[in-house]
Design a protein around this ligand. Structure first.
Ligand code: SF4
Length: 298
């Protein structure tokens, strides 16, 4: 009889050394729940990370995982997905890792529309190295580790994802775990490059973007605005992109979360490869062997 997959199947019995209260715990919890509700098997899942507090995520998930180099999680993830397109590949990266040193890879993956989910832990600082300004910290803001206000402007991650070609673009909040879980499920089910910008309070180094700050501001665009993000014809793309960009640049007292953009008109990279290499999706010998012998029990 098949084992029922539960969130705890994905939780390994190891010590978690994130700071107590860190928003990363909400993201991890949403991932466990999403994986279980989608009935993913740990053997069919790979979690890839870069460097930073978020880089520890694969250690805390009972599945395949690779803790890679600074800014290089996406090339590793794409290699894994192309080598075995049957895997579900999820990337956990910080805003510094993804939009600083890894920004070129972020843009390149959007252009490919390869079927991978990128979850960005957006806490506006480099938490692992004591709270320096990250690319999402706005001009003039001064979290407690900075001796002077930030002298640089922020990157807008949602706008950059849209401009790069991501076909699923959303924002979640680490303290709204059920909502974030649904975003992660939708992103995994989407065929193409998916990006979720997760507002993730760093309780140790960011004394500006706290839970209190976000709790007063975030609202769900599907619930309140009844926003339909889906472009299922080329004609609808511009209308949906315009709406998504408005959410990307909404600032101040109200911060939108939810699914901003879903483009169903662009074929995923795997389909493009298949059209050039008809045998591409045939299982490689190692995978055939696992399938013949039966996968180990979870
Ligand atoms: Fe979380 Fe910040 Fe602590 Fe890192 S330093 S674990 S982001 S609270």
């Amino acid at each position: 009889m098949a084992t029922e997959i539960k969130p705890e199947h994905f939780r390994p019995p190891i010590w978690n050394d994130w700071c107590p209260g860190c928003g990363d715990f909400g993201i991890l919890s949403a991932m466990y729940q999403a994986f279980a509700e989608l009935k993913l098997k740990p053997l069919d899942l790979v979690v890839v990370s870069g460097i930073g507090c978020s880089g520890k995520t694969p250690h805390y998930i009972n599945a395949g995982g690779v803790h890679t180099l600074h800014g290089r999680a996406l090339p590793f993830a794409q290699g894994i997905k192309i080598a075995n397109p049957n895997l579900t590949v999820v990337v956990n990266v910080g805003d510094g890792d993804l939009l600083g040193i890894g920004s070129a890879h972020f843009v390149a993956m959007g252009r490919r529309n390869i079927d991978i989910v990128v979850i960005m832990h957006n806490n506006t600082v480099y938490g692992l190295t004591k709270g320096q300004a990250s690319p999402t910290l706005r001009l003039g803001e001064q979290p407690k580790s900075l001796p002077k206000p930030n002298i640089q402007s922020a990157v807008n991650p949602i706008a950059l994802a849209l401009a790069s070609g991501y076909t699923f673009v959303a924002r979640g909040y680490a303290a709204r775990v059920p909502h974030l879980k649904e975003l992660i499920k939708q992103a995994i089910l989407h065929k193409g490059s998916a990006f979720i910008d997760v507002l993730q309070p760093c309780v140790t180094f960011d004394n500006i973007h706290t839970y209190d700050y976000y709790n007063k501001r975030v609202y769900d665009v599907q619930e309140e605005d009844k926003w339909d993000p889906v472009a299922d014809t080329p004609e609808k793309r511009w209308e949906k992109l315009k709406g998504a960009l408005q959410y990307a640049y909404a600032d101040g007292e109200r911060i939108p979360i939810g699914v901003f953009y879903v483009d169903k008109t662009v074929p995923p990279f795997e389909e493009r490869l298949l059209s050039r290499m008809p045998k591409y999706l045939e299982a490689p010998p190692a995978l055939q062997k696992i399938e013949e012998n039966g996968a180990p029990a979870i």
